[in-house]
Structure formats: structure tokens, C-alpha cells
Design a protein around this ligand. Structure first.
Ligand SMILES: [Zn+2]
Length: 470
């Protein structure tokens, strides 16, 4: 794949995440001119992407850049407890967020720098980009900051400055914007405040276009605008609140990722049955023991996955002394309101192309395709996203598959005709193909982490730090 794609990778790639930008927010106002321009001028997922469970910020941002499910990359919550580390990950704490030990997998900014010595990556406030991963840091990096500390237009200005650096330009930049998530939480997805924030973001996007036009880069830059999750409205009515303290005995449990979905850790294994039994009487929520969490969530096979998970129906929310907020996310990824927006334009995307939806694990292999890079092992696929790409990139994808099939056919013929004389050579060929297949190429460190059985060793109480605002 790489040899034919390398010649195409003469342009820049800019991945933008508007945190909490739900798949249908583009409909909220007619004058979201720049967002509508992206839909019309490039490739678009009409119903957005299907993100991964748990539909929270840190887990989904890492999925987007690695193509891995949460149970594989290890970030199974904004707040999560690791029984082997006997430590808690707080995604909002930039020091903890930058600790390499929490992450498994190769993000796109590493793939970009690892495969081409002339390629450089830059990350503006992107979640988890402060960690050294697979031995690499992004060449350019600005850690997570608030909008007050680092305004959105400045973030785009920084990206363009990096692209145009005369000495050492970047070819890939990721820009993170922490809205409309904050406004969605505070005022709800149906509020006037949310529409106002969308207009602010749209204007910032227009500012980016102007900067790129000034540098003659707009037509040479692939711009991908997407998000980590959507947002559901939360009625103020108390009947939507699931007060966990009514079901549980103090001292027998602690909670991670408290709302709307809650992860419950018994403080001792002897409490687990009673906790599960009590929680099972909750209305408007599904309560799972870890082993029974639906396989399609790709969430349960990690030692950090809580022993018990409570997943409310949309609009309901678990509370462990949490205060009410008007909007939230974290529900099942089958809930449409959890799905993120996706549109992309630039030299790699076919103008006016669209698909109904695709999985967010496909973003990573798509980025690799447009950068001309060989993807690291991942859970994604090019099957659907290839429809958004220009023909020369689709051909590359197709020719790669065709080459693979050709090798298999030739290999079969050779083994049939020269069964005896060539058997040793054939074995070597087969072994080589086997080793190069993504599934079998997963290094041990990327394999599913087995449950340690040490949940009972939990002794640390989680702080009351809220994860509601990201
Ligand atoms: Zn988010």
C-alpha cells in the first residue's frame, strides 16, 4: 500500500475535533456556512460516525487516532481504576493524562513520524498527545488548555504556522477544541446557547480557511472535522435521576465514570453479589457484571473495566452525589444522539461524496491511506470510508487487496504443482503472510488485557472529581 500511496502524500492533513459535536448539529442553524461548506465540498457521513463505548472523551479520542477499541487501547473511561497499578486515571489531569503506562497502541502522530523521517506531526491540545507513545512524541505539541488560556482561532493559527515552517514543517496537525461539549453539558443540546456556540465555532473554522487561503494551502490540505461523541438532553425532572446511594451500602463500593453510565467497584469481592442484586432492581437501566457486558461494545476485556456497569436508557442518569447537568454523554454507542459529526475536504476527498455512517475505528486507517502510510494493527476497515476518497486513493486500496488475493492464489498454485520440492519455501511464504496480517501482528502488549482478578485489592478511594465536563 505504501509504495503507491507515497507519491500522493505531498499535501498536509489537518484533523480537527470539536468535542461533543453531535452528528446532526449542522442542522441547528442555516448560517453555519463553513461547516456546510465542508459537507458540500468533500466527503460526509450523513448520520455521523458510530463511536465506541463508553461514549466519553478520552476513550473516543484515543480510538480515533489509533483505530483500536477501548478494551484494546486501555482507555476505558475518563476516570478509571487500574487494579495492577493500584492507581486511578483522571483524564482531566494533564500530568496523569501524559503518563505513557496507561496507553496501548500507536496513534497517527507516531505512525506519521515513525515511517517517514521527513514527516512531522503536531498536536494542539489533543487529548493524550502529551504522553511518549511507542517511543515517540509529536514533533510539535501544545498541551491541553482552556479556551480562555488558548483561544480557538489561535489554535488554528498555530496549526498553519507549523505547516508553513520553513525549516521543519509539519505535514500532519491535530487540533482539539473543547466545545460545543462544555456548552452542551451546561445548557443542553437544544439550547439557544448551544446554537450561539456553534456559530462561534463556525466562525473559527472560517478563520482557518482564510489563513490557509492566504498561504495558498487550502487546496493542498485535507481538513477532517469530526468529534468524539454527541450529547443527550437530561430532563430536570428527578424521575430521570438514578440515585445510586439508594441502592448501595456506603463503604462497600466506589464508582468510576459516574454519570450517566456508572462503573461500580466493590471494595471487597464478598460485596459484589449483593451490589449486583440491589442494582438489578433499577428501572430504565441495564446492569451488567463485567463478563456479561455485550461483546459488541468491545469494552469488557480489559482489567480496568469495572466489575459492574450500569448503563441507563438515554436521558436517564446515574448519580453518586452528582449535581444535575442539562446535557450528557456516555450512553451506549447504539444511541444515535451519542454519534459524532464527520465531514472532510481536500485533495484526498471526493467532492460531494457521502456514506450513511461508518465506525470511528475507521478514521485511523483512513488517515494512513491519505498520508500514504502503512497502518499499525487496528480494528478499523477501509471498506466504507474508501467511498469518500478520490479515485486514485480508492485504486490504491483496491490494488492492495487485489495484490493480496493474487499472492494467495499464486501461493496456492505453487504449493499444488511443486508440492514436494517447494514445500519448505511455501511454508516460509505462508508464515511471512501470516505474520504480516494485522490480526496476527498485534504485539503482546496490544493483546486484550485479561482480568487480573485483583479487583478485591482495591484500597484507594476515588476522589470526588467530576468527569461531567468532558
Ligand atoms: Zn468529549
Amino acid at each position: 500500500m505504501t509504495s503507491s500511496c507515497e507519491a500522493d502524500a505531498v499535501h498536509n492533513v489537518l484533523l480537527i475535533s470539536f468535542d461533543g459535536f453531535r452528528w446532526d448539529y449542522y442542522k441547528k442553524a442555516n448560517n453555519l456556512t463553513n461547516i456546510h461548506r465542508m459537507i458540500a465540498d468533500g466527503g460526509w457521513a450523513v448520520n455521523g460516525t458510530k463511536n465506541v463505548f463508553i461514549t466519553k472523551t478520552l476513550p473516543n479520542h484515543f480510538t480515533m487516532v489509533t483505530g483500536l477499541y477501548e478494551e484494546t487501547h486501555g482507555i476505558v473511561g475518563n476516570v478509571m481504576y487500574d487494579p495492577v497499578f493500584n492507581a486511578t486515571y483522571y483524564g482531566m489531569n494533564t500530568t496523569i493524562q501524559s503518563e505513557s503506562r496507561w496507553y496501548t497502541g500507536e496513534p497517527i502522530w507516531v505512525t506519521n513520524q515513525r515511517q517517514r523521517t521527513d514527516y512531522r506531526s503536531g498536536c494542539v491540545c489533543w487529548p493524550s498527545s502529551g504522553a511518549v507513545l511507542e517511543g515517540f512524541r509529536p514533533y510539535q505539541h501544545i498541551p491541553w488548555k482552556t479556551a480562555e488560556d488558548f483561544p480557538y482561532k489561535e489554535r488554528f493559527k498555530t496549526a498553519v504556522k507549523w505547516f508553513t515552517d520553513h525549516e521543519n514543517p509539519t505535514n500532519l496537525v491535530l487540533v482539539y477544541i473543547d466545545n460545543p461539549d462544555i456548552i452542551g453539558h451546561t445548557f443542553g443540546p437544544d439550547s439557544d446557547e448551544l446554537i450561539h456556540e456553534l456559530l462561534v465555532l463556525d466562525e473559527a473554522l472560517g478563520y482557518l480557511f482564510d489563513l490557509l487561503i492566504d498561504e495558498d494551502l487550502l487546496k493542498k490540505t485535507d481538513i477532517i472535522l469530526t468529534s468524539d461523541h454527541g450529547m443527550a438532553s437530561i430532563p430536570k425532572d428527578d424521575s430521570y435521576k438514578i440515585d445510586l446511594t439508594k441502592y448501595l451500602t456506603p463503604g462497600t463500593y466506589f464508582v468510576t465514570d459516574t454519570s450517566p453510565t456508572a462503573g461500580i467497584f466493590p471494595t471487597s469481592p464478598e460485596f459484589e453479589d449483593a451490589i449486583f442484586h440491589n442494582l438489578s432492581s433499577i428501572q430504565h437501566a441495564k446492569v451488567y457484571r463485567k463478563a456479561n457486558i455485550p461483546t459488541e461494545f468491545h469494552f469488557k476485556n480489559n482489567r480496568r473495566t469495572p466489575p459492574i456497569v450500569v448503563i441507563p436508557e438515554e436521558h436517564y442518569w446515574c448519580s453518586d452525589n452528582n449535581t444535575y447537568i442539562a446535557g450528557n454523554h456516555g450512553y451506549s454507542n447504539d444511541v444515535a444522539d451519542m454519534h459524532p459529526f464527520f465531514a472532510a475536504m481536500g485533495p484526498s476527498f471526493k467532492k460531494g461524496s457521502k456514506v450513511m455512517t461508518f465506525n470511528s475505528v475507521d478514521v485511523y486507517p483512513m488517515l494512513c491511506a491519505i498520508l500514504g502510510l502503512k497502518p499499525a494493527p487496528n480494528n478499523g476497515s477501509m471498506d466504507v470510508v474508501a467511498e469518500l476518497l478520490v479515485d486514485r486513493l480508492k485504486e490504491n486500496t483496491g490494488s492492495t487487496f487485489g495484490t493480496y488475493i493474487f499472492i494467495l492464489i499464486v501461493g496456492g498454485l505453487v504449493s499444488g504443482v511443486f508440492a514436494v520440492a517447494a514445500c519448505q519455501v511455501q511454508r516460509q511464504l505462508r508464515r511471512r503472510r501470516y505474520q504480516s496480517h494485522p490480526i496476527h501482528k498485534l504485539p503482546k502488549s496490544m493483546m486484550i488485557v485479561p482480568s487480573s482478578g485483583k479487583e478485591d485489592a482495591v484500597i484507594g478511594l476515588l476522589s470526588d472529581m467530576s468527569d461531567e465536563e468532558f
